[in-house]
Design a protein around this ligand. Structure first.
Ligand SMILES: [Zn+2]
Length: 134
């Protein structure tokens, strides 16, 4: 199973809750899920994994680099599987919808601004809070 290998690769023991949660993150239509979202989706799928376990496993996944945690304003922390590729986020403040984007010009500009201050850019997070144009 792919999930078992992924867990072993990052040094986590293969346990049923870990496999179930990883499968859920992998197969859910939604890429950014709160612990509650994962918990509810598991319940709907008939899986008996408690909310506390979901929290604990997601935190373990984060520490292992398997998922990324985002603390967007005005909502719960959401988790997404790390795919190794950088992207930024837009949050629709009316619906809570999370939109991913990447813009080469913005990426370049940020490196240039850091350089102007004598730095190399090592990481950044950009979140745009948006509302649908009327
Ligand atoms: Zn994302």
């Amino acid at each position: 199973m792919v999930e078992n290998n992924e867990l072993r690769k990052v040094g986590l023991k293969v346990t049923l809750p870990r496999v179930k949660i990883l499968q859920m993150l992998d197969s859910a239509g939604q890429r950014h899920m709160s612990a509650e979202d994962v918990y509810k989706a598991l319940m709907e799928a008939g899986e008996d994994v408690g909310l506390a376990t979901v929290y604990r496993v997601l935190t373990q996944f984060e520490a292992a680099g398997l998922v990324e945690r985002h603390n967007f304003d005005g909502g719960h922390a959401v988790f997404e599987l790390s795919d190794g590729a950088h992207h930024d986020h837009m949050i629709n403040v009316d619906t809570g919808e999370v939109v991913e984007f990447i813009d080469a010009d913005i990426e370049k500009l940020q490196r240039e601004i850091a350089a102007q201050h004598g730095f190399d850019l090592v990481d950044h997070k950009m979140v745009l809070y948006v509302s649908r144009r009327k």
